[in-house]
Ligand binder design. Structure first.
Ligand SMILES: Cc1cc2nc3c(=O)[nH]c(=O)nc-3n(C[C@H](O)[C@H](O)[C@H](O)COP(=O)(O)OP(=O)(O)OC[C@H]3O[C@@H](n4cnc5c(N)ncnc54)[C@H](O)[C@@H]3O)c2cc1C
Length: 624
């Protein structure tokens, strides 16, 4: 059996749960650097593979940071590995750099490429933590894999080595469910925050710490690499996010009295929000579009938005992202094309007919089912071969980011992910992003000229664009997709609560570990169906499999912004808040008056849900 070479990228991360600073009005930094969660779970999987396949696995650890940060980070990792137990297995590479925080994701990707390029051999399996200095937007991994010319897959939650080390069998969490794929090596894997059932790496022992002290690391400086590291984006300013919440608390009386006090407030909130039915295009409308075939399409001077859809209808996020796109179009006079990559364009017809763009261009291929950013990106790269658009935009979700980062990498362009505003500054995109677990916003600008500028939009930051009708529907006759050498083995569909996608629900009833058991979610389902809303939850409950993974809200789940978000038995960890803090009105039901969720809620009921929820459901029934 040939030796398997695994490389792990370990980034020293600013601890977004701890104190953070804005340095020079621009750069976000923190006094404490930690091993990024995603890097940590990749490392744990790699160590386990090395232990299970003694003498058959070689492990390279690569990090970039200051000398002090890297010493602490890497010695910790070496202590976990205990190199004496796995002789000849490990090499540790440290690129010492004082100005890491002034480099963007592309510049970091350039340096990592330089480090990998000078390894004795290139890795077969590369674990790339999704978190890096681009705040979980996954640019580093996509860019690096594109430079290394290997496929990149994000969202891996389970990975197993296949016999003979020619492939890995990997489970991915996707918005519609889970896919199990066989991936031919070499491959780069972006992990989630838990891999193979572990959400952290092992503890270090005293023995491991002693081994780490003696272990000789390979210390590098940028001049050793012979690679240029070039920023493609610039941070202009950074500001702390301050949400104006009402923080009303109801803590006195019996459960029913609290509910009555809460209902008095909520009835007025409901009126003030002028809530209608849950949004979304009715895919049952029998309105198909007439596609005309074309071998090629002229994109020069235009704006392209990539449609976000579920295979049956265009998601609300597409019309939300269309709002800033139309603003840019009005300012520049450039025409807007919606590009749709789908397994079956006909099944999307009804919802496509309501999108107000100048034209719709459709690409159809079976490879777009459970597609990766590389599959979609490579098809678009081919589509733009003859004429490139001036701007390319996606919705800020995993597929949108992976596609945009792939295209930007290949087009030599910049990528501004997750914008909540957009304008042009001397012809270059400038916008505001939410970063560091929604604790800060940064204003950033693209630096690259002369090619397509790429950005994604945080959908919940925008109201949906008005409906309209494109005047042209063009179906591209032949679609070329890069071979990612992967085979789909299984698809486990997720479920939507009450049939309303979380991102489109105007009311979300969200449960946490405090719900105590899977069957208690029936109360939340009942409340959601009374209010025409959807059920979601924290990662604690998706990990416990009380609700499916695709209903998780937060940093590694869905980002939602309903009119009313009711958090029940949820503590309000920063990673959860990231996904729901844009909600218009937040209600918390939690028995612990110190729980952080209360500081982020407009209305808090301090009690056990068992005392409150039955009366709450009855009160809602009476009010309706
Ligand atoms: C990299 C990373 C990414 C992450 N991504 C996400 C993410 O996307 N989404 C997410 O949610 N988390 C995420 N997490 C996990 C997050 O840090 C928290 O662990 C998680 O949100 C906690 O879930 P919880 O609030 O349900 O559970 P807990 O923190 O255990 O809180 C349970 C709450 O229930 C309350 N409670 C207990 N009993 C009752 C009762 N009878 N009635 C009322 N209240 C009660 C308690 O007071 C407590 O506040 C991530 C973590 C990391 C490190």
């Amino acid at each position: 059996m040939s030796q398997l070479r695994i490389a792990c990228l370990l980034a020293p991360m600013v601890d977004t749960e701890g104190p953070m600073d804005v340095v020079d009005g621009k750069v976000l930094n923190g006094p404490k650097k930690i091993m990024g969660k995603y890097g940590e779970v990749g490392l744990e999987a790699a160590i386990t593979f090395a232990e299970e396949n003694k003498n058959c696995v070689h492990l390279d650890l690569l990090s970039i940071g200051t000398s002090k940060e890297l010493k602490a980070l890497q010695q910790n990792a070496i202590a976990m590995i205990q190199p004496a137990k796995l002789p000849g297995t490990l090499a540790v590479h440290a690129l010492e750099l004082d100005n890491l925080s002034s480099l963007d994701a592309f510049a970091v990707g350039d340096l990592l490429f330089g480090m990998i390029d000078r390894l004795e051999k290139r890795p077969d399996l590369l674990f790339i933590g999704k978190d890096s200095n681009d705040y979980c937007h996954g640019i580093v991994g996509t860019y690096l894999a594109a430079k290394l010319q290997i496929p990149y897959f994000t969202g891996a939650s389970v990975v197993a080595l296949d016999e003979g080390f020619q492939s890995v069998t990997t489970t991915f969490n996707e918005s519609e469910g889970k896919t199990v794929k066989k991936l031919t090596l070499p491959v780069a894997l972006g992990t989630t925050d838990s891999l193979n059932g572990k959400d952290s790496a092992r503890f270090t022992s005293l023995k491991g710490v002693m081994m780490a002290k003696k272990f000789k690391r390979n210390i590098l400086s940028p001049s050793d690499l012979g690679t240029e590291a070039t920023n493609r984006t610039e941070v202009l300013s950074a500001e702390e996010v301050k949400k104006d919440r009402k923080n009303q608390r109801i803590s006195d009386g019996e459960g029913a009295e609290k509910v009555s006090a809460a209902m008095n407030i909520l009835v007025n909130v409901d009126k003030a929000l002028e809530r209608g039915d849950s949004a979304g295009t009715d895919a049952s409308v029998d309105k198909q579009v007439d596609w005309s075939g074309a071998d090629s399409v002229d994109f020069s001077g235009s704006i392209v938005l990539l449609a976000d859809h579920d295979g049956h209808k265009v998601r609300l996020s597409t019309s939300q992202a269309l709002t800033p796109v139309k603003k840019l179009s009005a300012e520049t006079g450039k025409k807007v094309t919606l590009v749709v990559c789908a397994e079956n364009l006909a099944s999307l017809g009804a919802s496509l007919s309501a999108v107000d763009v100048d034209r719709v261009v459709g690409l159809e291929s079976s490879a777009f089912k459970h597609a990766t950013g590389m599959a979609v990106g490579s098809a678009l790269l081919k589509l733009f071969d003859q004429s490139k658009p001036d701007f390319f935009f996606t919705v800020a979700n995993d597929l949108g980011h992976d596609t945009a980062a792939f295209l930007a990498s290949r087009l030599g362009s910049s990528f501004l992910p997750g914008l909540s505003s957009v304008e042009l500054d001397e012809g270059k995109i400038k916008g505001v992003r939410i970063v560091a677990n929604a604790r800060y916003t940064t204003t950033e600008k693209a630096l690259v000229d002369g090619t397509t500028q790429v950005a994604s939009f945080r959908p919940t930051a925008f109201d949906p664009a008005a409906e309209g009708q494109a005047s042209e529907f063009i179906k591209v006759n032949s679609v070329e997709i890069a071979d990612t050498k992967s085979a789909l083995l299984e698809f486990l569909a997720g479920v939507e609560s009450s049939g309303i996608p979380l991102a489109e629900a105007k009311t979300i009833i969200s449960g946490g570990r405090g719900m105590k058991a899977k069957e208690n979610f029936a109360h939340l389902e009942e409340l959601a169906s009374l209010l025409g809303g959807a059920v979601g939850g924290s990662r604690a409950v998706t990990d416990l499999e009380w609700i499916p993974h695709n209903l998780q809200i937060g940093q590694t789940g869905e980002t939602v912004a309903p009119d009313i978000y009711i958090a029940i038995g949820i503590s309000g960890a920063i990673q959860h808040l990231t996904g729901m803090n844009d909600s218009k009105y937040i209600v918390a039901i939690n028995s612990d008056e110190e729980a952080p969720i209360h500081q982020h809620a407009d209305l808090s009921i301090i009690d056990k849900w068992e005392n409150v929820l039955p009366s709450f459901i009855e009160a809602v029934k009476e009010t309706l």
